[in-house]
Design a protein around this ligand. Sequence first.
Ligand SMILES: [Cu+2]
Length: 171
Amino acid sequence: MKKRKALVAAVGALALLAGACGGGDAAGAGGEHGDHSEGKGDDHDAAASQFSFGKPADPAEADRTITVTGSDELRFEPAAIEVEVGETIAFEFVNEGKGPHEFVLGDRAALDEHGGGHGGHEGSAPNATDEVGAGSSQTIAWTFTEPGEVLYECHVADHHEQGMRGTITVS
Ligand SMILES: [Cu+2]
């Protein structure tokens, strides 16, 4: 434990140095003293908050599992999901079709970035399954941190434009 804390402090100090060398932004200059930042987990939070619509999670730590099926009719079932702020949901995506489908979570900007409907598909993004083949399934987990709407879509070919999309209401 002590070793780990020392490491965190060292990394924090390095980050502080790097920030100073880079000209120092507001966060770096705003009273972040290396001696005192230990244990606050700032670095971790910064890494986890790269998504504005929540953060990736471990399916094993999910509060509940929601099964979402995808079909060749280019629909998700269900197409509307309600969750609470702070909940971690494991989404078990089951492809009941004969063709490939996928399940991508995000706000509008993230979804547009993910594929744009032209089959561009990242594979390793934490907010998306891989392309899931017929009869197969894949589970991803997500923690919802802000109230609002999060969308899910299939970006195989132009499936989302044909209606393969759903809405998660976070409240
Ligand atoms: Cu699809």
